[in-house]
Design a protein around this ligand. Structure first.
Ligand code: PEP
Length: 248
């Protein structure tokens, strides 16, 4: 039985004051330990997350990680630095990075490897564009994206990843994949993982992301291969984020 994970992706939102309020409300309203919970904050606020969340049941993570280990890469944040401020997770390959920063499948796979080498759990995002879904290419696209990961990770590393299926057309749009649409892709992803390692396929949590909200979370999270959510907009409002945690 996979323990569900609800991870917030704050994107480029927040301030010291707003984060303090948000985290205080989440901490105060957090139910018992029915699922894992994390917030992925902008890098500049990860030290604040550490200060506010150490000793609680809420983990924190970065939203990206450098492909480089260290050195002259101005503006980059390494996996070791994320680990240094206590991160447990690092999102890699979010569609906003793939599209605005031209991150290829190979770059995303390298980022996942870097995260794992620093004992971070990469939350590896995959998902198709609207045009790709409409052209019937969803399976092809997500298979290509997950295969790039399978090509570089050994079986042992594979057991430690989290995958997030995020149909790009559902992110921040209010449009959600139906539970069955999401389940179909999650099952395909698990099948791909199983082709490399049956043990990893059973173990790896596959999150759904894309306008998950309190009113659709329960249905999505009840599907057999949906092991949690990567939550954008709704993670910025404590009551919504807590409602999704409760649904899990
Ligand atoms: C995301 O950006 O990972 C995401 C799922 O965003 P939203 O929940 O706002 O669609």
């Amino acid at each position: 039985m996979r323990r569900k994970l609800i991870a917030g992706n704050w994107k480029m939102n927040g301030s010291l004051a707003a984060n303090a309020d948000l985290l205080a409300s989440i901490k105060a309203g957090l139910p018992g330990s029915a699922c894992d919970v994390a917030v992925c904050a902008p890098a500049i606020y990860l030290a604040q997350a550490k200060a506010e969340l150490s000793g609680t049941a809420i983990a924190w993570g970065g939203q990206d990680v450098s492909v480089h280990e260290s050195g002259a890469y101005t503006g980059e944040i390494s996996a070791a630095m994320l680990r240094d401020v206590g991160c447990r997770y690092a999102i890699v390959g979010h569609s906003e990075r793939r599209s605005y920063h031209n991150e290829s499948d190979e770059v995303v796979a390298l980022k996942a490897s870097r995260a794992l080498a620093s004992e971070l759990t990469p939350i590896i995002c995959v998902g198709e564009l609207l045009a790709e879904r409409e052209a019937g290419k969803t399976d092809e696209v997500v298979a290509r994206q997950i295969n790039a990961i399978l090509n570089v990770l050994d079986e042992e590393s594979l057991k430690s990843i989290v995958v997030a299926y995020e149909p790009v057309w559902a992110i921040g749009t209010g449009k959600t994949a139906t539970p069955q649409m999401a389940q179909d892709v999650h099952a395909l992803l698990r099948q791909r993982l199983a082709a490399k390692s049956a043990v990893a396929a059973e173990k790896v949590r596959i999150l759904y992301g894309g306008s998950m909200k309190p009113d659709n979370a329960k249905e999505l999270l009840s599907m057999p291969d949906i092991d949690g959510g990567l939550i954008g907009g709704a993670s910025l409002k404590a009551s919504d984020f807590l409602a999704i945690i409760n649904a899990a």
